[in-house]
Design a protein around this ligand. Structure first.
Ligand SMILES: *Cc1c(COP(=O)(O)O)cnc(C)c1O
Length: 397
């Protein structure tokens, strides 16, 4: 059994703050600053260029990838780190499309995060006018999986509502019509019990600065199913994905297995910070996290509905159909969130009217959930949001 009180003590959370935004940016693992200083001084400072060999920097993307593989139900040796999520979406989608050369349609949904759709639009425009990005409502995805579809590209959890797609059913349906899948795990890695291998996913990508607590700008990860790794051609064919980067050949030859999805120089310092978070992740299992998270989200829904009749639940009521966040719609949601943040409860706002709260059992417990609901009740009942100071929108909401 995971000792969640112990994991909570391993994060530096500011006094008086209830942090319900780990779905956007996870908090700081307490050991990270000293560990970073050590990597900087002992490795970068002392070893200089020899650190690539001596400190194992070159092997770090696959080594860290293996630590994430356990959390997303992937086979060891099939996850690699690097770049940002938007880049990895492009790369995975390009590889998958090439594996279905006679098809032209990418299917996604309107609950996807815009960057994924933008990356797909950019790629399809380069490929030619006969390619199409078909975007349907989330609940209509299954019915639109036809034999025209080359790739089904979905984010498992809707960033606004928290609705969770059925990865198994949709992947099975995609395979039945000969399509491939690209799953974005941005809101499920570290949040739900993702089972890539068991569900036969083809490609998956995700970021590590949200639930995985790797820090702002922490690198993304890519998964390619074992049956595809030697067939997938990386469209972003950088030198570190080459079979022999230090042969400096003029022609690209993809590297063995997942290594080919690497592009350029790995973010060594960012990966070092992420590894401190992964030391905490080593103390738990995703099955336990999922169970604890469902308890927390259910408790929050119950407490808020009892106290705040003006808020409308936007998240599925069935815990099996939601990720690890709860969203409420409220006309003055932006101002209400600012009022809440001023009282120490940090969530965020997504246009047009969604107040979003992320629940992370590693450092949020039932007492935090109850306290947050009480403060939200105060904000709502006493109209604390009705204050001009809370209505001016900042650049990041
Ligand atoms: C957070 C998020 C992103 C962000 O991509 P970056 O390149 O890391 O900025 C992309 N897609 C989804 C689904 C996200 O949730």
């Amino acid at each position: 059994m995971t000792d969640f009180a112990a994991t909570k003590a391993m994060f530096d959370l500011p006094e008086g703050v209830i942090y319900l935004d780990g779905n956007s940016l996870g908090p700081l693992p307490s050991t990270a600053p000293a560990a970073m200083e050590k990597v900087m001084r002992d490795e970068w400072g002392e070893m200089l260029i020899t650190g690539w060999n001596k400190a194992g920097w070159m092997a770090q993307p696959a080594r860290v990838g293996d630590r994430i593989a356990r959390l997303i139900g992937a086979e060891p040796g099939h996850v690699v780190m690097g770049d940002t999520l938007s880049i990895k979406v492009y790369q995975a989608l390009a590889s998958a499309l090439e594996m279905r050369p006679d098809r032209r349609v990418v299917l996604s949904d309107s609950g996807n995060f815009p960057s994924d759709l933008y990356m797909a639009q950019g790629l399809l425009t380069s490929l030619g006018a006969d390619y199409e990005l078909r975007v349907v409502a989330p609940e209509e995805v299954a019915d639109n999986i036809t034999d025209e579809i080359a790739v089904l590209m979905l984010t498992e959890v809707d960033y606004r509502t928290g609705r969770l797609h059925d990865m198994k059913a949709l992947t099975t349906k995609a395979h039945a019509v000969g399509a491939l899948t690209v799953w974005d795990l941005a809101h499920t890695a570290g949040a739900t019990d993702v089972k890539l291998s068991e569900n036969n996913a083809d490609f998956a990508v995700g970021c590590t600065y949200k639930y995985l607590n790797g820090g702002p700008g922490a690198p993304a990860f890519t998964y390619v199913a074992p049956r595809h790794t030697d067939a997938a051609r990386p469209a972003l064919s950088g030198w570190l994905g080459h079979e022999a980067p230090f042969a400096f050949d003029l022609d690209y030859r993809p590297g063995a297995g997942i290594e080919r999805m690497r592009v350029g120089t790995p973010p060594v310092l960012a990966l070092a910070a992420l590894e401190q978070a992964l030391d905490i992740w080593d103390l738990t299992t995703m099955a336990e996290i999922r169970a604890a998270s469902q308890n927390l989200t259910s408790l929050f829904i119950e407490e808020v509905e009892k106290r705040c009749p003006d808020l409308d639940l936007a998240t599925p009521r069935d815990p099996a159909q939601r990720g690890s966040q709860v969203s409420f719609r409220f006309e003055h949601g932006y101002a209400a969130m600012q009022a809440l943040i001023a009282r120490g409860v940090i969530g965020d706002f997504r246009a047009p009217d969604i107040m979003r709260f992320g629940f992370t059992p590693l450092y949020i417990d039932a007492a935090d959930v109850r306290a947050a609901a009480e403060i939200l009740e105060d904000v709502m009942k006493n109209r604390l949001w009705d204050n001009p100071a809370y209505k001016a929108r900042a650049a990041v909401t």
